[in-house]
Ligand binder design. Sequence first.
Ligand code: KG4
Length: 269
Amino acid sequence: MKKSIEEANVKLENIDAIACTYGPGLVGALLVGVSYAKALSYSLNKPLIGINHLEGHIDANYITHKDLEPPFLCVMMSGGNTQIVHVKDYTTFEILGKTKDDAIGEAFDKVARVIGLGYPGGPKIDKLAKEGQPTIQLPRVHMDNLDFSFSGIKTAVINLHHKMPDINKADLAASFQDAVSDMLITNVEKAVKITNINKIVLAGGVSANSYIRKKFDEIAKNKNLKIYYPEIKLCTDNAAMIASAGYYEYIKGSRADLTLNAVPNLKFC
Ligand code: KG4
């Protein structure tokens, strides 16, 4: 993934189109990518395709799972988003539920910072939790619909740590992961009932979490669901997932022109 085009031995003449993320995200980073892609597209005379970053996270799964085809339900879990998405076909999506406050990755990162693990917190909580047990009672927020709320659990962990500085951090990390997994799985089970779709795809940086994967694998066995998640290197932001989304948008006929611009708050469907 870290290879340059030259090292990967991909020749520019073998590329059919140039895809780039144009939102959502931080405007500085988006502008760098969009400008480079536009210049490349113009100089090579190859079509330009603008990609929504979230579509890229979903499409990372097509690289890992050659057998995966829509329709399916996707649990999008990244630093900025938490959503249950009905993936109707390769380029048609419907959001069934989303977070009303913090994204799940944001909750991982804030909890990690407060308990002294540093940034990015997700992988550090994942590692520390392996040394602990989910024995600490933490509140779970379950909405009537398919939406999520992670600010309560985040605040509960932070408050507990302030009140009891000697609390076992590994148990706290394990209990936090157990609570968020529970909240995710409850909504996914509801979505399965509503849509009758039993194919579940995890996506986004937090889908690298080993405990969340284990919990989803367990419900897959018990509830006859099929679970997919990307290989670890494709969970967090990467270029290959944008190429994958670019492929399906290219087949559909999506094309951008040189007026393509960064859209930091780009909506997803
Ligand atoms: O998808 P991503 O790379 O960025 C966005 O597009 O937002 O996700 C980054 C998030 C961070 O919050 C990071 O802490 C989290 O993914 N993350 C994890 C793990 N690896 C990365 N969270 C929990 N467990 C992990 N193993």
